[in-house]
Design a protein around this ligand. Structure first.
Ligand SMILES: [Zn+2]
Length: 381
């Protein structure tokens, strides 16, 4: 939700433009501050930010995106194995043209993954995920440097293969290069070409690491916890921290998500858990799209369909905190390192009386808080 002032909107941010009475109600009754959720020198991603917010130091426990997604899907991984994210991508000539394989449908991805599993069983195992987001598990690849495919669209893929040169990288790079020939001949791509669509013709592996071990959330904080999320990365963090991670029907991680079900599951989870962590992805998507209007609309929908419901249905003694894992400003269309505004509303706590936005974050009585301290702060204040 966090952003920079936008000139065409009269110098206001999406948070300052949106009608959001319930979000502002929580902020006014609570205290505000700025939260540092990312660290210079580490990837500016949701994975890092959400680990930090839940109290886990990414320097010691972040190994890559692949293992977190595998944890979310309950995939069993051996102690010596490395988990890669595997994108199904589109290349033309010697260049990457689409990191998402035109958002390939999952049922098509399944067929391509089945073929990869047949051809490369001596190198590792592929797992189908959702659309272009799949996984690859192998005993090879520890310590290699890989490039995310969304960073090299338009560039020659040959320049961005796994490094440094050693036995593992040679074998895995050969697999990626061979996947072009193999996938191009798959019936999925023959059908796509006939239908005038671009082929999805390369398996690109990246984001790899061994399975991290996290101290259980309950031991770390003395609170039982539930994670309500649609995104695999966040669910993976929850599973590794041994929190409850229910599957919420209709939670998509996109604009069409069911805010109602997320609110309902969160309220229900409070019957069993001391702490419920509810994550919404949609404002981040609007930021990547670069759409101010969409971001404003998403914030208003969250206010009406999510925050209102939580305020109406949570018990009197429940504390509510609004956090932002990282900014995705519409002018940048990517994540930035800026600290984000946060609010904590707790029974008996005297509020700052400020609406929820970036300015209030700077003026709030908490000041600047390190992300790793936030659960402790909410619990103990
Ligand atoms: Zn994002």
């Amino acid at each position: 939700m966090a952003d920079y002032p936008v000139e065409e909107a009269g110098g206001r941010t999406p948070l300052q433009t949106a009608e959001k009475p319930s979000i502002d109600d929580i902020a006014r009754r609570g205290r505000m501050g700025l939260l540092r959720t990312l660290r210079p020198g580490l990837p500016k991603g949701s994975d890092i930010a959400n680990l930090i917010i839940l109290g886990y130091d990414p320097v010691s426990c972040y190994t890559g995106r692949g293992p977190l997604e595998a944890a979310a899907r309950g995939i069993t991984v051996g102690g010596k194995e490395v988990v890669f994210r595997c994108n199904l991508i589109t290349v033309e000539g010697n260049r990457v043209v689409d990191y998402s394989g035109d958002h390939i449908e999952t049922r098509e991805a399944e067929l391509l993954i089945a073929e990869l599993n047949m051809r490369f069983s001596s190198v590792g195992r592929f797992y189908t995920g959702v659309s272009y987001r799949n996984l690859f598990v192998s005993e090879r690849g520890e310590g290699l440097r890989a490039t995310p495919p969304h960073d090299i669209v338009g560039e020659e893929y040959g320049k961005h293969l796994l490094k440094p040169d050693n036995e593992d990288s040679r074998m895995l790079n050969r697999m990626m290069l061979e996947s072009i020939r193999i996938l191009s001949k798959n019936t999925v791509n023959i059908r796509r070409l006939k239908a005038g669509k671009r082929p999805v013709n390369m398996a690109w592996i990246w984001g790899q690491g061994r399975m991290p071990k996290l101290e259980p959330f309950a031991l770390k904080h003395g609170l039982t916890g539930t994670v309500i999320a649609a995104v695999d990365l966040i669910k993976g963090v929850g599973r590794l921290a041994q929190m409850s991670v229910p599957e919420v029907p209709g939670a998509t991680g996109y604009y069409d998500t069911s805010y109602e079900n997320k609110a309902r599951y969160a309220i229900k989870a409070l019957e069993e858990s001391d702490f419920v962590y509810l994550h919404v992805e949609a404002p981040d998507e609007a930021g990547h799209e670069g759409s101010f209007e969409t971001k404003v609309k998403v914030i208003e929908e969250m206010d009406r369909r999510l925050f209102r419901r939580i305020l109406d249905n949570a018990a009197e003694d429940v504390s509510i905190s609004i956090l932002i894992d990282h900014p995705t400003p519409v002018s940048v269309r990517n994540h930035t390192l800026d600290p984000t505004p946060f609010a904590v509303m707790k029974p008996g706590l005297k509020g700052d009386g400020l609406p929820f936005d970036e300015d209030s974050g700077r003026r709030g009585s908490f000041g600047l808080v390190d992300g790793m301290e936030i659960v402790k702060l909410i619990k103990n204040i």
